[in-house]
Write a new protein. Sequence first.
Length: 218
Amino acid sequence: MAEPHRATTLSLFHANGKALSDTATTAAGGAPTSCSWTASFVSGGGVYDELPANLAKPAHSWSASGHILPGASSTYEATITFPAPGKYRINAECAYAAAENSLASASVASPTTTSASEVITVAYVRRELRKLTKKDRDAYLDTFLLLYRTPTVTGQATYGIHYQSLSDLQMMHLSAATDRREDHLHDGMGFLTQHVAMTMAFELSLQSVQPHLAVPYW
């Protein structure tokens, strides 16, 4: 699994888990000379495709590709940043040095390639507040403060339609919980679903400003 808007390391291994540089596992008798990869959208995106275009590209129109040469430690790695929660297909192909083709009448070079394909899930991860890195904690608190200081109308002009100020989110809670006839948030079966919905609205407002953020718990 990977997280959206965070750099994800793609590492290539043999099916048995051994490194590609393990020549004993390689049918061609050596490590790959190079590998290439592609990543493409399968499903997902949804409301996250409506985040500001300067922060997030719609998942359905996203794709990425690249070439990998062995690193200093003979690892085969690349970095991918996915644009939204969902499912994405990763295709990889590696080329090996030419080997002699013993079936030919003359000794000729016969290149060897191998490929793999995998669908991975990309999702936000909510972490315990005290376990956030300093960078993530600062980003969360800075964005929280921005939501406190910036009215909804002003924020939506910059951050898009899903931005809501803390004041408006607070009023959403108060207006539903302080109805004289009934507490719509804390009485009955709606307690969990109503608070989940408001938490998601708060989180989406945070992500309209910093799309890599998720609401922490404590």
